[in-house]
Design a protein around this ligand. Structure first.
Ligand SMILES: [Zn+2]
Length: 302
């Protein structure tokens, strides 16, 4: 049973938007692409685990804190007496281990050793469980999900699952447990209640309103070249269609995400969307979908 679904982190959403609306530095661009790739891998893993929801309690994308240390868990699957802590990696290409780094031969880039990260989160989870007076076994594994991933000289005695082992690993996870009690469910609900919503490690580059390309873009290919036909936007690049109202709401959401301190006023949104539509249209969309605050001259929406 899925108790906590996965969604894009605020960091990924902001980076995705900035990537579309400004030129990111090489470093930030790489960071963004890694976030996107990581998320894609996690979603792929979710789709493989999906069929056996009912037998297990699944918590995705959990941020926990113990003794002032935060740790993030990609997937936690709870069954009778065993907690599977899974770290999903979507690395692609040829890699090898160097003492404390994972090195990509394909791109000549270095990554933090995921085994160290896994050890840290496992040990913090054990501490947390101890505080909760729970002595379930924690079984921690790194799952390399990408079929194009190869690790040369892979250590044999480490908790690593490679793409060629994934099917067997999933089958094992699905094995029914002998006795079923309420314990896994209660523990899963307890851990869910401890989930932290504000991630103190969210890293965002600096950006200003004036730096960004304003406007509505195509939701499929992110092109700003849109034409209007009746009440629909049509992308000049890929032909995708989207109702104007939906595209505006999506673009207002992005404004809120990028500039939480700016007020949502008809004028601000009109300027942000840069669409050849009457100011009245924006006002109507806001009136219909948001709550109005303030008097006529300084009306804003939430
Ligand atoms: Zn398009």
């Amino acid at each position: 049973m899925l108790l906590k679904a996965r969604s894009e982190s605020k960091e990924l959403l902001v980076m995705r938007s900035l990537h579309t609306r400004m030129n990111l530095s090489e470093k930030n661009k790489l960071r963004y692409l890694n976030l996107e790739k990581g998320y894609e891998g996690e979603v792929k893993f979710d789709s493989l685990v999906d069929p056996f929801h009912e037998d297990r309690y699944i918590l995705n994308d959990l941020l926990l804190e113990v003794n002032h240390s935060y740790f993030q868990i990609d997937s936690l699957i709870l069954s009778q007496g065993v907690i599977h802590l899974l770290d999903i990696k979507n690395f692609e290409g040829d890699f090898y281990f160097e003492t404390d780094k994972l090195h990509s031969i394909t791109t000549d880039r270095e990554y933090k050793n995921p085994i160290y990260q896994l050890k840290r989160s496992t040990s913090l989870l054990r501490q947390l469980l101890k505080n909760l007076k729970c002595n379930d076994l924690v079984d921690a594994t790194i799952v390399f999900i990408n079929p194009e991933f190869t690790l040369y000289q892979a250590p044999i005695n480490q908790p690593l699952i490679f793409p060629t082992q994934l099917n067997r690993f999933l089958k094992n996870l699905q094995k029914p447990s002998s006795k079923l009690t309420n314990h896994p469910k209660e523990l899963a609900e307890k851990l869910l209640s401890l989930h932290q919503t504000e991630n103190p490690f969210t890293f965002l580059p600096e950006y200003k309103y004036e730096q960004l390309q304003r406007g509505v873009y195509c939701k499929s290919c992110r092109s700003f070249a849109l034409s209007i036909e009746n009440s629909i936007f049509i992308c000049k690049d890929c032909g995708s269609k989207e109702k104007i109202v939906l595209a505006l709401l999506r673009t207002i959401d992005e404004f809120k995400l990028l500039f939480p301190d700016r007020k949502i006023t008809t004028k601000n949104i009109y300027d942000w969307c840069q669409v050849d539509l009457h100011m009245r249209t924006f006002n109507r969309v806001l009136q219909k979908n948001y709550t109005v605050f303030g008097k006529t001259s300084d009306t804003y929406f939430k």
